[in-house]
Design a protein around this ligand. Structure first.
Ligand code: 5GP
Ligand code: ZN
Length: 113
């Protein structure tokens, strides 16, 4: 999609520190990490957010969950981690391309908001 930052990262027009890529998914390090491990997992297909998903997109969400688990293992997050997706203005979403934050490597705050 035009003018989408993450679509530009997928297209290679903007550089990123990739940690995983296949034909459907990309994972790369967040430019402003909130913890020692902060990875963004995105589908290559553009969805604005969870709100743009429907029954036909359920498989890609499952693929994202399984990749999160694999990356958590690869980045030694055995002690735990957090998987977050922000939705809309009140949810704090700043990039309007569905993404999941995989955050860990430290004891995270108990308070979530
Ligand atoms: P949101 O606030 O939409 O849930 O998360 C967007 C995330 O994208 C933020 O954590 C922000 O640091 C990250 N981000 C914004 N621009 C870039 C970029 O150009 N490269 C990378 N790697 N991350 C970015
Ligand atoms: Zn996009």
């Amino acid at each position: 999609m035009d003018n989408c930052l993450f679509c530009k990262i997928i297209a290679g027009e903007i550089p990123s520190a990739k940690v995983y890529e296949d034909d459907k998914l990309l994972a790369f390090k967040d430019i402003n990490p909130q913890a020692p491990v902060h990875i963004l997992i995105i589908p290559k297909e553009h969805f604005d957010s969870v709100n743009a998903l429907d029954e036909t997109s359920a498989p890609i969400v499952g693929d994202i969950m399984l990749l999160a688990k694999r990356l958590a293992d690869e980045f030694h997050l055995e002690a735990g981690y957090r998987l977050i997706t922000n939705i809309g203005e009140n949810g704090g979403q700043t990039v309007k391309h569905l993404h999941f934050h995989l955050i860990g490597g430290v004891k995270l705050a108990e308070k979530m908001c």
